[in-house]
Design a binder for this molecule. Structure first.
Ligand code: SF4
Length: 380
């Protein structure tokens, strides 16, 4: 059967008058099939020729400009989603979605002043500070996460930096070793790190380190003033130099403008050493008692636009649909998967904020035909 030649894809979005391509997809009918018994469809999205054209149109680039990213971000939304879907399918096995678990191993009592955070000592919120969990408690939680389908386990501690917390760090290194021995990817988010600490974490078996930029450089001082954007970038550089993969993303709904979202994506797209391996996209969960408690919620369309732009600009990065997912219906989450999200967080709590329960997520995966494993890159 010959599907008719079609003009499907423009060669790159950065130039408006992009050249159109003609792609021919040929499918041969096996002998046992008859016109009465149509074969299962593979779908055009799996066509190797189409993938090749998408890879050519959207190579992995670290020389993106802000106007180029803005042009993508400002596309008509469904056009942008269509483009992101093609990129997703060209670079990834697109049914694969990694489930991660994020555990707060030390909650509250943080001296930083991040305006969105329930764990800062500067704000009166529902969060009660708790001491660091024991190694055994964390290991037990990691085993439960694995049973629930997670393949990545992230441990978060609420403080500015690891600093001189020797006892706490020694326990964390043991947690990393033991969780890693369970066959899970291990991630940690422990505030600022120096190069030696990053190396020790790497030696203990840490896979990834999460350190979000949250927003643009320009808007950052409106969110937090107890550290700088460059402090964040320094820790990311230390993590990368130690050979740990970088997980860094942002939060929508902090009061930022669209140009801040574009600017943040530009920072990730031009990060020294390459794109982050992982990019969490969070929707602010406005917590009572924080300075951002009355901030209006972000819409599904804002989230989708951000995810789709990230997918196009950072094609080999895992885009993680993170905090705030409970605010979106299953249909809205489906749109975000279509736009290129390929990871979610598992479990009914994300640090201190609520998250969909595991059974609901399993049902959603069933409905959408998603496979809860670590996505396999299709293209190198
Ligand atoms: S986001 Fe992290 S660093 Fe900022 S106040 Fe909360 S726990 Fe502290």
């Amino acid at each position: 059967m010959m599907l008719s030649s079609s003009r499907w894809i423009r060669r790159g979005l950065s130039t408006a008058a992009a050249e159109e391509r003609t792609i021919t997809v040929t499918r041969v009918i096996p002998h046992h099939e008859t016109p009465e018994t149509p074969p299962p469809r593979e779908g055009l999205a799996r066509a190797a020729g189409l993938h090749a054209h998408v890879l050519e149109a959207y190579p992995v680039r670290s020389d993106w400009t802000v106007p180029e990213i803005r042009a993508i971000y400002n596309m008509p939304l469904l056009e942008l989603v269509r483009e992101a879907t093609l990129v997703h399918r060209a670079y990834w096995e697109s049914r694969d979605v990694q489930r991660c678990t994020l555990l707060s191993i030390k909650t509250g009592g943080c001296t930083e002043n991040c305006g969105y955070c329930s764990q800062s000592t500067r704000y009166k919120t529902h969060v009660k500070p708790t001491p660091q969990m024991t190694v055994d408690q964390v290991l037990e939680a990691a085993r439960r996460a694995k049973e629930a389908g997670s393949t990545r386990f992230c441990m978060g501690a609420a403080w500015r930096q690891l600093g001189n917390k020797r006892r706490a760090f020694s326990d964390i290194l043991e947690m990393v070793e033991k969780v890693s021995a369970e066959g899970l990817e291990v991630c940690a988010t422990l505030g600022m790190l120096d190069p030696t600490q990053a190396t020790q974490l790497k030696q203990a078996g840490l896979t990834a380190y999460n350190h979000n930029l949250d927003t643009s450089r320009d808007y950052y001082p409106s969110v937090v003033t107890t550290r700088t954007y460059d402090d964040r970038l320094d820790t990311i550089a230390n993590v990368r130099a130690a050979g740990i993969s970088v997980c860094s993303g942002g939060i929508l709904g902090l009061g930022e403008a669209e140009h801040d979202r574009v600017s943040m994506l530009h920072t990730f797209a031009t990060l020294p050493g390459g794109h982050p391996e992982s990019l969490p996209v969070n929707a602010l969960v406005a917590v009572s008692g924080t300075p951002m408690e009355d901030t209006p919620p972000v819409s599904v369309f804002e989230m989708t636009r951000m995810i789709a732009t990230a997918r196009v600009v950072l094609p080999k990065t895992m885009v993680r649909l993170s905090a705030g997912r409970l605010e979106f219906s299953k249909g809205e989450q489906a749109l975000m998967f279509l736009a290129g999200a390929n990871s979610i967080f598992n479990g009914d709590k994300l640090l201190t904020t609520p998250n969909p329960n595991v059974d609901d997520d399993a049902a959603l995966f069933d409905t959408l035909g998603l496979t809860g494993i670590k996505p396999r890159p299709r293209a190198d």
